[in-house]
Design a protein. Structure first.
Length: 95
């Protein structure tokens, strides 16, 4: 698990499936997205996954900068020939 300021995430890369699973925790807001973006982009470029899945199981808040973060990662994934998915998104985060 990697600690970024107050954002925790862990990533698991599954080689045969070329899947990058990113488990996010805490809040995803404007104070944290820039560093999170930099670290996640590094993992994407390092592994070149065919599919990136963000697990929101432990995320309790996300503002509009979090949406921008996800859109940017989607663009990066598709530009590299991959795809992106979200799992375990809570009702409060969906708002």
């Amino acid at each position: 698990m990697v600690k970024l300021n107050e954002v925790l995430f862990s990533d698991i890369y599954i080689t045969p499936d070329k899947l990058l699973l990113v488990e996010l925790t805490e809040e995803i807001d404007h104070c944290k997205t820039e560093e999170l973006r930099r670290k996640i982009d590094y993992e994407i470029e390092r592994h070149m996954p065919k599919k990136i899945i963000f697990d929101f199981n432990s995320v309790n808040f996300m503002d509009s900068s979090g949406i921008g973060f996800l859109l940017g990662r989607f663009k990066l994934a598709t530009m590299l020939g991959g795809d992106l998915g979200l799992i375990n998104v809570s009702k409060s985060t969906k708002k």
